[in-house]
Design a protein around this ligand. Structure first.
Ligand SMILES: Cc1ncc(COP(=O)(O)O)c(C=O)c1O
Length: 290
């Protein structure tokens, strides 16, 4: 089978023809940032917002962006011509490959830009209908979780804990408060009201989190952004995960105990429906503008 087409520093190439220097700072230091954008039937969902967040991540790590948002969108469309259907687009920009290893950020180094597509693994019908299991762990990551950095060792180690336990995600607790999960944001529901953790440096502000907040406002779902305690997590009627690939997913078991009655709750079902409506609407709008 032919290798899939990917984007590398301005060119489209088969994935197996791309090679990266071992001195690349992405490889040596994890010195880079990334994005993941879901694509439904060729239409990228909230692509502009993803590239705006990429810009914010690059600003945080003092990396000059080689492209404007509109250029990124054009490159994405070009890549998607080779990848029909439902895809996830992965975009990574590292600080490039200097001639020697040195922690100090080199000046005037061309960044390394890499993009690829993978078939989108959306949640199964079973996961949506029955919810998923999660475990909890102490949030042992750094204090700049708002940067979508490729330095993901903390997240990888956290995710592995849940994989070892046969669970979908690890929900992280820092100093008695819920932050997020290893690769998703977390929401809790009590008495019909949704609470979302603060949008600070201790979480990645998810594009999906942001969308859910907006959809809650439009759909008359009561939602508050505020600190969420571990006690609230453990006594919640509902817990949700959100991410660009997971969409919104109910957590029905936490550390082996049922969440509420152990089934996805009514507020989740409402939010899931709002999310699906939003997806369908953005596909229709893009069909009209194409
Ligand atoms: C640590 C972390 N938090 C939250 C999210 C959710 O972000 P988004 O909704 O933009 O996919 C992700 C996504 O990968 C993540 O890795």
């Amino acid at each position: 089978m032919n290798a899939p087409i990917a984007h590398f520093n301005g060119r489209l190439l088969p994935l197996d023809r791309i090679s990266i220097s071992p001195l690349d700072r992405g490889f040596i230091f994890g010195d880079g940032v990334y994005e993941v954008i879901p694509v439904y039937e060729g239409v990228a969902l909230r692509a502009r917002e993803h590239f705006e967040r990429l810009q914010r991540s690059m600003d945080e790590i003092r990396l000059a962006n080689p492209h404007t948002v509109d250029e990124w969108l054009a490159i994405t469309r070009e890549l998607l011509e080779h990848h029909p259907g439902n895809q996830s687009v992965y975009i990574q920009v590292t600080r490039g490959a200097p001639s020697k290893r040195d922690h100090v950020m080199p000046k005037d180094l061309a960044p390394t830009v890499f993009m690829m597509c993978q078939p989108l693994a959306s949640p199964s019908k079973e996961a949506v209908e029955n919810g998923v299991a999660c475990i909890t762990a102490r949030d042992f990551r750094w204090e700049k979780c708002h940067i979508k950095s490729t330095s993901l060792l903390g997240n990888v180690m956290a995710r592995q804990l849940s994989a070892d336990a046969g669970a979908t995600e690890t929900i992280l607790i820092r100093d008695g408060f819920v932050t997020e999960a290893s690769a998703s944001n977390v929401f809790v529901v009590k008495d019909g009201r949704v609470a979302a953790p603060l949008q600070d440096n201790l979480i990645l502000l998810g594009i999906t989190y942001d969308l859910l907040v907006r959809l809650a406002g439009e759909g008359a779902v009561e939602l508050e952004i505020r600190p969420v305690t571990e006690a609230e997590l453990r006594s919640a009627d509902e817990i949700w995960l959100s991410s660009s690939t997971k969409e919104v997913l109910a957590v029905t078991s936490l550390d082996g105990k049922p969440v509420g009655p152990g089934k996805p709750g009514p507020v989740f079902r409402r939010m899931h429906a709002l999310y699906q409506e939003h997806k369908a609407k953005s596909r229709r709008q893009s069909a009209v503008s194409a």
